[in-house]
Write a protein that binds this ligand. Structure first.
Ligand code: ZN
Length: 190
C-alpha cells in the first residue's frame, strides 16, 4: 500500500471547497485505504481528502493513538466520515493546542465548541449520526473545516497569528516554488 503525499500550507488546493461523494466505488475505497496508511504513518489523528490533493468531502479520524503499539493494525479505531455535516454544537467552547499535518511545525491554541453532533456516511456509505466530545470533537471540527478550505491557523486570534506569520509565509513560498518547478505555467499568486 503506497502512502500519499500530504500537501502543505500554501498549496492552493487547501483553500478549495470539496465536493460531495456520490457513491462508494472501488476508487473511493482505495482512496480511504491509502489515506488511512498515510495518516497512521505520519502519524496523525485525522486526515481530510483535500490534504492529499483530492477535493472530495471525506475525512478519517483515530484519536486512540495511545493504543497503537506493537500490533498497530489490531489496535486501530478508525472512523470514516463521508459527506459530513456538523448538525449541532455546544455553546461552551474550550481551547486546545492544535496542529495540522499540512502545517508541520506549527501549533497554536484554538477555541472550538467542546461537544458536537455530526451526520455523515461511514465506510460502507451508510448514514449515521454521532455525538462527540473531547479530542474526537476537536478533530471532527478541524477536519470538517478542511472540506471548506478553512485551516486551523485561520481561527487563531490575530495577535497570535502575526507571531506565526513568518513561519507560514516561509512555508507558502517554499510550496509555491515547488509548484512552479512542477509546472511553469501554474497560475500562482504569491
Ligand atoms: Zn489539518
Amino acid at each position: 500500500m503506497s502512502k500519499l503525499k500530504i500537501i502543505r500550507y500554501g498549496h492552493p488546493l487547501l483553500r478549495e471547497k470539496s465536493f460531495d461523494v456520490r457513491k462508494l466505488d472501488s476508487r473511493m475505497r482505495e482512496l480511504i485505504r491509502a489515506m488511512a496508511e498515510t495518516m497512521y504513518a505520519a502519524p496523525g489523528v485525522g486526515l481530510a481528502a483535500p490534504q492529499v490533493g483530492v477535493l472530495e468531502r471525506l475525512f478519517l479520524a483515530d484519536v486512540d493513538y495511545d493504543r497503537r503499539d506493537e500490533n498497530p493494525e489490531d489496535t486501530r479505531n478508525l472512523h470514516v466520515f463521508i459527506n459530513p455535516v456538523i448538525i449541532e454544537e455546544s455553546e461552551e467552547d474550550e481551547p486546545y493546542s492544535e496542529g495540522c499535518l499540512s502545517i508541520p511545525g506549527v501549533e497554536a491554541e484554538v477555541y472550538r465548541p467542546s461537544r458536537i453532533v455530526i451526520a455523515a456516511r461511514d465506510e460502507n456509505f451508510e448514514p449515521f449520526e454521532a455525538e462527540a466530545d473531547g479530542l474526537l470533537a476537536r478533530v471532527i471540527q478541524h477536519e470538517t473545516d478542511h472540506l471548506h478550505g478553512i485551516l486551523f491557523v485561520d481561527k487563531v486570534p490575530l495577535l497570535k497569528r502575526s507571531v506565526l506569520g513568518g513561519q507560514l509565509n516561509r512555508m507558502k513560498r517554499e510550496v509555491l516554488e515547488e509548484l512552479k518547478d512542477l509546472d511553469p505555467a501554474y497560475p500562482i499568486e504569491a
